[in-house]
Design a protein around this ligand. Structure first.
Ligand code: S3P
Length: 701
């Protein structure tokens, strides 16, 4: 079962991937990562426009990668690179997916794709992670069923199956909840249904779908209605106002013929991500930063309006239009904030920003009241509850009453460990809180950050933040280091593309130790078989090859070839092969200089007595992304999906093998590298070794 290994990995993350932030001041400039909403739409909508679309600045977060993967399963050719490229299949051109579409944590991917596939006479299956499986899908199911699709869902939630029909009917549908995802799902279904589909919006929501459809050459009509829907009558084209102004009708005609053309899309920076460094700069002492390239579409900019009302020294400079979206550079500096009332009508234009606004409100003078927040209950977590609970843990008085949230500002204690409920925005918001509170703040699980802002820690630390993994779980190395085992032996384990090799090499260089990549032993066995024309599944031949491996075999450049890596993964499952290679590895570890060994069972089987054990891991997507980049850098053209599938298969083999299955040693320090770069991982591990050696020295004195 492919999901099992991911779940197992996720459980490991859950246990170990906490992160902590401490007081800092921020200075400098950074570019916001690509906008998540625009990135999803860039991939989905360009697939419907005949021609090749080049997409620059696409957010390579896990949610967007899930959209790309699903579209590929539906027959769209997508090339990943510095600039991504999609080949439009045109309206009606999608193919039935042979696989269940796994949407991970992404509500936008799920709801928009449900709309896109609804008018096809085939069945598409959707699934997702535990958090996504709790989110309501009835809001999309209901209008799509009205249009003629048949949807079977588990009590209105994922997993679900959408079976479309070629003769679906266009709808005129008034949104019962202000949701850009629901609006977009209906419009995307309408693209492939004869006739005119209209969505009526009582409250304006982000209009990226409409903007991008137009940019790609489709016609979309928008008009304000003089009365509420039902009273009839439209008035000319008008852009919806972010804070109301009556019903707006958005219509699309199905089966539009557009001339094939190539397009260039520049994805603007995400205001929902820029919000974190911006608010951090307002709250931290002595700070001034500039965030470039932020989308300031009025339907997304409610947070910036609110912060200005609170007295923030925040400016939008150099406003310009990029690919149909308004973009600006934002400066923010340390500010004394005051509490305000945020009206319910503003909620859709800042729906994802309430967690970080609540953090800003905690430091403001007086109370901030935020109204119209019912939708926060059904985001990646029940955000209303999570905000109140987390603020309370940090010593802030906050309460939810009905759809409103009240936060009393003042001195913020911090010093808590926050339960993120696998919600990226809760994690990032409370790491920002910890940068300005009296005591540091820890979040229990930072892995979800990679869904929307994979370089969050690097960007924030680049501006001067102090976000790091806390010193949990390093008692064991301390104990071992003083147990008198000399010279130094460091075990580094972890799955493929986790960064274990880079860490091990750097540690060896730094501490002057010998280094062995034990994976190269299995590769050498695989290579011997492949180049002798033998099948790597031949257990006897593999055992024989393992018995003859020596140091010279390890320097062959062919060892790095992808097919040799696959053969290595097969032979490494044979107990006889592992046994035959054990002595070689143990001898190496006994080197007089001391040694670093990296592999998958060093801490558990090869060197259970190692002084230090690190288990380096990252989400499957993060690892696939790295491996894919590495291969592209070597000029090897491979589809991202095949890298992903290959890693998934290897994880499964490594996790399941009868002997020495890959798992962290009980006394290993697990380092989750999903949101860390190689330098940060090294500093973390090196810090642990140095600290413990220092303690050992003092002990000896
Ligand atoms: C999104 C719309 C919003 C937002 C989500 C992205 C979109 O959700 O919270 O992060 O890209 O359309 P709703 O449509 O549920 O409000």
């Amino acid at each position: 079962m492919p999901g099992t290994v991911e779940r197992m990995t996720a459980m490991l993350h859950r246990k170990t991937s906490s992160m902590r932030s401490a007081a800092a001041s921020l200075r400098g400039e950074a570019a916001a990562p690509g906008d998540k909403s625009v990135s999803h739409r860039a991939l989905m909508l360009s697939s419907q426009a005949p021609g090749v679309t080049r997409i620059s600045g696409l957010l390579e977060g896990e949610d967007v990668l899930n959209t790309a993967k699903a579209l590929r399963s539906l027959g769209v050719t997508i090339r990943q690179g510095e600039v991504w490229e999609t080949e439009g299949v045109g309206i009606g051109g999608l193919a039935e997916s042979a696989e269940v579409l796994d949407m991970g944590n992404s509500g936008t991917s799920t709801r928009l794709l449900m709309g896109l596939v609804a008018p096809y006479p085939f069945t598409t299956f959707f699934t997702g992670d535990a958090s996504l499986s709790k989110r309501p899908m009835k809001r999309v199911i209901e209008p799509l069923e009205r249009m003629g699709a048949k949807i079977t869902a588990r009590r209105g939630h994922l997993p679900l199956a959408v079976t479309g029909a070629a003769d679906m009917l266009p709808a005129r549908y008034r949104l019962p909840v202000p949701s850009a995802q629901v609006k977009s799902a209906i419009l995307l279904a309408g693209l492939n249904i004869a006739g005119k589909t209209t969505v009526i919006e009582p409250q304006a929501t982000r209009d990226h779908t409409e903007n991008m459809l137009r940019f790609l050459g489709f016609k979309v009509e928008v008009s304000t209605l003089s009365h509420r829907e039902g009273d009839g009558g439209g008035r000319g084209e008008r852009r919806p106002h972010p804070e109301g102004g009556g019903d707006v009708a958005i219509s699309i005609h199905g089966h539009q013929r557009i001339t094939p053309a190539n397009h260039e899309i520049y994805v603007p920076g995400d205001p929902s991500s820029a919000a974190f460094p911006v608010v951090a700069a307002l709250l931290c002492r002595d700070s001034r930063i500039l965030i470039r390239n932020v989308c300031v579409n009025p339907l997304r900019a409610g947070l910036f309006t609110t912060l200005k009302e609170m007295g923030a020294k925040l400016e939008c400079k150099n406003e310009r239009m990029v690919g149909g979206e308004k973009v600006a550079d934002i400066t923010a500096e340390t500010s004394a904030l005051k509490g305000v009332v945020v009206p319910a009508e503003r909620a859709p234009s800042m729906i994802d920003e309430y967690p970080i606004l609540a953090v800003a409100a905690a430091f403001a003078r007086g109370e901030t009241a935020m109204h119209g927040l019912s939708e926060l209950r059904v985001k990646e977590s029940d955000r209303l509850a999570a905000i109140v609970e987390s603020l309370a843990a940090c010593g802030v008085s906050a309460r939810a009453e009905g759809d409103s949230l009240y936060v009393k500002g003042g001195d913020v204690k911090g010093g808590a460990t926050i339960a993120t409920h696998f919600d990226h925005r809760i994690a990032m918001s409370f790491l920002v809180l910890g940068m300005a509170s009296n005591d540091p703040v820890t979040v229990d699980d930072a892995t979800a950050i990679a869904t929307s802002f994979p370089n969050f820690v690097q960007l924030m630390n680049g501006l001067g933040a102090k976000i790091e993994m806390p010193d949990v779980g390093c008692q064991a190395p301390d104990r071992k280091a003083s147990s008198g085992i000399h010279p130094l032996v460091i075990a580094v384990d972890g799955p493929a593309a986790s960064g274990k090799g880079t860490l091990a090499r750097r540690l060896a260089e730094h501490f002057g130790l010998d280094y062995l990549d034990t994976g190269s032993l299995y590769r050498a066995v695989g290579m011997k078989l492949v180049y002798a024309g033998k099948d790597p599944r031949d257990r006897a031949a593999a055992t024989e090859a393992a018995q003859t491996i020596d140091a010279d075999d390890l320097s062959n450049p062919r060892l790095r070839q992808e097919h040799i890596g696959q053969a290595a993964s097969v032979v490494s499952a044979f107990p006889e092969v592992r046994e035959a290679l054990l002595e070689f590895q143990r001898n190496f570890a006994r080197s007089a200089n001391g040694a670093v060994l990296d592999g998958r069972d060093i801490g558990t089987v090869v060197c259970p007595e190692a002084n230090f054990k690190f288990f380096v891991t990252a989400t499957l997507y993060a690892r696939a992304r790295r491996r894919h980049k590495e291969l592209s850098g070597q000029g090897i053209e491979v589809v991202f999906e095949s890298v992903l599938d290959d890693l998934r298969e290897r994880d499964e083999r490594d996790g399941k093998r009868a002997i020495a299955p890959m798992k962290p040693a009980g006394d290993a320090l697990v380092i989750d590298t999903t949101v860390l770069d190689a330098g940060e991982v090294f500093e973390r591990a090196c810090g642990v070794v140095e600290k413990s050696r220092e303690a050992e020295k003092q002990h000896a004195c």
